[in-house]
Design a protein around this ligand. Structure first.
Ligand SMILES: *Cc1c(COP(=O)(O)O)cnc(C)c1O
Length: 429
């Protein structure tokens, strides 16, 4: 059998063993221990190509959203393939720079940038601040004046479209903390244009995450272009139109449009209104890395219950926070297919971690044929997993491996106890 995981063709069974490209995952579990994140470089490349194909003949810059997966080797991969970056903190900026990013191709998003972060970003020559409020604009103007260095700015507007995704990852509706309200956009741009240390570069939006239909994007394009027309009619030229990220991936049975298909539609809208040859920017995160990674975990115990059976594994909500945070679904599959494993009876389990929280689960009601010691892969774990990991319950963060063909390289060591305790002092007497 050579079946592959949902939405993840570079993770597939070969002779009953789950592989990442040409590397059998059980060999990595043996070598590095678990929980272990494994990424496929070919999958990263294919996800990027899916965007680039859709941009042929257009003027588009792609900025990878660092928060989806901020491992230095992943960032370097995207930097070497010519991507810019979308960052939301000084820490992410420093990561991107450490990975070799050009500062001029980095955009700085986020509703709560501090003065220190603004200063640092200005000094390193950031490409653009995606400003999210009028108050932020004034502070940035002050910081820029202190440094005697103009701040390149795009204003993030809230197009007020429903991304039809989970409320916690929907960002483009009224009543949401992100962006400047649609009706405040023109006055905000006029204010920006009047500030001596602000240089208006463009406009941006980001309507949400894990968006699996085209409609919200098409609405956002219409609403954004309405604003562009109004702002430019007021004499403020916009050098770029940044459309944000948010395209969904297949975790289970979702059928998100390909970036290519989506942008064909979006460009058709833009063409119809005479904007097709403008400089567009995109900021994808999840759709570049989500299905390029899995998390390998080992079964510790099987615990039969009256109503439910539990499969207790060594990965937990601190490693994979999405189920606890958003009740997100991740497929969970064995590394060894049943035919080549032992003959445990298939059972329905809740797959849970060792953390002392009832919210610590990875999957509910999963049909699995497992015994303690078996390895499982939590699928689609390349995005918003390791980058959200914590030390809750004083659990060291997992190791990460990047596979390229038949090669595998450790790209992050498992956290040590020394590292975890490093910042703490023994003061009580
Ligand atoms: C999180 C974020 C992105 C990336 O979103 P994905 O859903 O991972 O594609 C892009 N732009 C901004 C401003 C963000 O906050």
């Amino acid at each position: 059998m050579t079946t592959s995981l949902p939405g993840a063709p570079f993770f597939h069974y070969r002779d009953g063993q789950l592989h990442a490209e040409d590397v059998p995952l059980h060999t990595l579990a043996q070598q590095h221990g678990t929980p272990l994140f494994v990424y496929s470089q070919a999958a990263l490349g294919a996800a990027l190509d899916a965007y680039l194909q859709g941009f042929a003949g257009r003027q588009v810059s792609l900025h990878y959203a660092v928060k989806a997966n901020s491992n230095l080797s992943i960032l370097r991969f995207f930097a070497q393939r010519g991507c810019g970056f979308d960052i939301v903190s000084q820490g992410e900026l420093q990561r991107a720079l450490a990975a070799g990013a050009e500062p001029g191709r980095i955009v700085f998003s986020g509703v709560g940038k501090t003065r220190a972060e603004m200063r640092f970003a200005l000094e390193c020559g950031i490409g653009c601040f995606n400003v999210e409020s009028e108050a932020e604009l004034d502070v940035l103007n002050e910081v820029a004046q202190q440094l005697q260095r103009k701040a390149p700015v795009s204003l993030r507007v809230n197009p007020d479209v429903d991304a039809q995704t989970h409320p916690y990852i929907s960002t483009g509706l009224k009543g949401n903390k992100f962006g400047i309200a649609h009706e405040r956009a023109l006055p905000a741009f006029q204010h920006a244009a009047s500030l001596p240390w602000i240089e208006v570069k463009g406009i941006d939006c980001h309507i949400g995450s894990q968006i699996t239909t085209q409609a919200p994007y098409l609405d956002a394009m219409d609403r954004l272009l309405d604003l562009v027309e109004r702002i430019e009619a007021a004499g403020i030229a916009l050098g770029h139109i940044d459309f944000g990220g948010g395209l969904g991936i297949q975790y289970r049975d979702e059928t998100p449009p390909s970036p290519h298909a989506l942008w064909q539609q979006l460009f058709a809208r833009a063409d119809a209104r005479g904007f097709g040859q403008r400089h567009f920017m995109v900021e994808p995160g999840r759709s570049l890395v989500g299905n390029a990674g899995v998390c390998i975990t080992q079964v510790l115990y099987l615990k039969p219950g009256q109503d439910k059976h539990f499969c207790i594994v060594d990965a937990a909500m601190n490693d994979l926070p999405r189920p606890a945070m958003y009740q997100a679904y991740h497929a969970i599959v064995p590394l060894a297919q049943a035919a080549t494993a032992h003959a445990a009876a298939p059972q329905q389990y809740d797959v849970v971690g060792p953390v002392c929280e009832s919210g610590d689960w990875l999957g509910h009601d999963r049909q699995l044929q497992v015994t303690p010691g078996d390895w499982l892969a939590v699928c689609s774990a390349g995005a918003y997993s390791m980058s959200m990991a914590s030390n809750y319950n004083s659990r060291p963060r997992a190791a990460e491996v990047l596979v390229d063909g038949a090669q595998s390289r450790l790209i992050r060591q498992r956290e040590s106890l020394e590292h975890m305790l490093h910042n703490e002092m023994l003061q009580a007497s």
